[in-house]
Structures are given as structure tokens and as C-alpha cells.
Design a protein around this ligand. Sequence first.
Ligand SMILES: [Zn+2]
Ligand SMILES: [Zn+2]
Length: 289
Amino acid sequence: MKFADLHLHSRFSDGTYAPDDLAVIGRQYGFSALALTDHDSVEGCAAAAAACEQGGIQFISGTELTAETDGNEVHFIGYFIDVTDSGLLTALAKFQTVRQNRIREIVARINQLNIPLQAERVFALANCRSPGRPHVGRALVQDGFCINQDEAFDRFLKKHRPAWVPKFKISAQDAIELIHQAGGLAVLAHPGLNRNDDIIPDLVAVGMDGLECYHSKHPPVAVQRYLQLAKTYNLVVTGGSDCHGHSKGNPVVGHVKLPYEHVEQLCARVAHRRKGESSPSHTPSSHPT
Ligand SMILES: [Zn+2]
Ligand SMILES: [Zn+2]
């Protein structure tokens, strides 16, 4: 049986693996298809695509965006996005600047607690344009201010902790439109972590294409619930481990094996969507297969 992992993070956001490491690991687990879904970044996609091709693995380009609907934080994964689309790249550059500013604010709050962590230290360690809280956590550990990431989050970085800074979020509708304009499909990531399924019909109404039914934090009962909801709303089904390498506990790649038939349906849906695209100005230049 063929299967896929369509939710993976690399060093280009808060994961610890290089994109080509993911292709090698994916091959060891016998995956037929992989997607790279770094937060606010598509920088690793070219390397991941090349490494997957070498390993005989189908690669799907992706990125994970943070959005908001009715006061709920939601994440969307854009699949099959054109990673050279100028509108997408402009938006991602803006989100990356916002992330970097957020890191500076978090570090300033940590400094107010008499902990002399330096923002430059976090940026050097992150070594990417999409830094996040896990990088601050790692810097706190490496500089000896915390024993481990859990302590860093519990003492400083979690919501309601002294160094927490709210995250900038675009609206769900804007995220979906951005993904569509870049030729992709917009899928709601890990709905089971949102604790609110009432938002799903509203997201369908603004063009959401799919639901990430399989996820390493979805118990079997949640998988069944989202498969049913996907059927009800005619949404494509995706799934992935959401592996961050060694950034958040142990690597979870291999824990989720999305049956390959869903990849075929995803390919069919994106082809259908592009055929139905009426705007003559939209001519995506290249699409990874
Ligand atoms: Zn997420
Ligand atoms: Zn993720």
C-alpha cells in the first residue's frame, strides 16, 4: 500500500531537518509522496523537490499560514502553490518581517526579567527567515537559562506567560485567497487542535478546499470525525505528521501514513480548480507535480 506525509517542517522554519534529510527519512519509511509545509516560507521547496525526485518520491510544494477567524487561530496549508508566484512571495516576506519583529519583542520582555538573552543570538540559531518561539526556547536552553524547551515555554513563552507576545494573523479568507492566487489548494491544518468545528462551514463558504483529517495529534475518533466532515462538505482529505525534527520532542515523521488515494484526489482537485480558473491574468508559471 502507498502512503504519504503531507505536513513536514524543515530548518527553513522551526524544524531541525534540512529539506533533503526529510526526503531521505521519507524514503526510509517508504513514503510515496511528501509535502514540505514550513511556516510562512517556501524556501526549502526547491531542495526538497530535488531530493524527493532523486529518491523516487512525489513532492508537493506547500507552506503553512497562520490566520484568524472569529477570534480563533487557525492554520492553513497551501498545497501545490507556485513557489515563484510574486504575490505569494511578497506576502511571505511580510509575514517573515512580522515574525522577526515578534522575536525582538519576546526577547525584550525576557530582558525585562533580567535574563540577558540577545535577539541576535536567536536569529543566528534560527538561521532562517521564519523564526518562531521554538528558536527562542532553544536559545534559552543553549545559553543555560533553561533546562529544556518545555521549561522555556512554561516559564516564558506560552500564552499568559511574561514573554508571550500576540501573533500577527491575517483573516482566514485572505489566507485562502492568497493560496488560491498562487495556484494552490487551501487546507485547514490539524482541525482537532482548534477545539471548534463550528468554523468549518464558514471556511467552506469562503473557499476552503480541504481538511487535514490525519495528524499526529488526532486520536482515531478525531480522524473519523474529520473524514465524515470532509465528506459532508466535499473537501479533500489530507494528513501528515507535522514533524519538526528534534525541535519539539522527538521526531514524529512516520507516525502518520496518509493513504495514497487522497494524494490522487488532491491532484485531481487542483487540476480541476486550475481549469475552472476564469481570470485570464492568472497564469502560474510552474507547478511541481
Ligand atoms: Zn500548525
Ligand atoms: Zn505545522
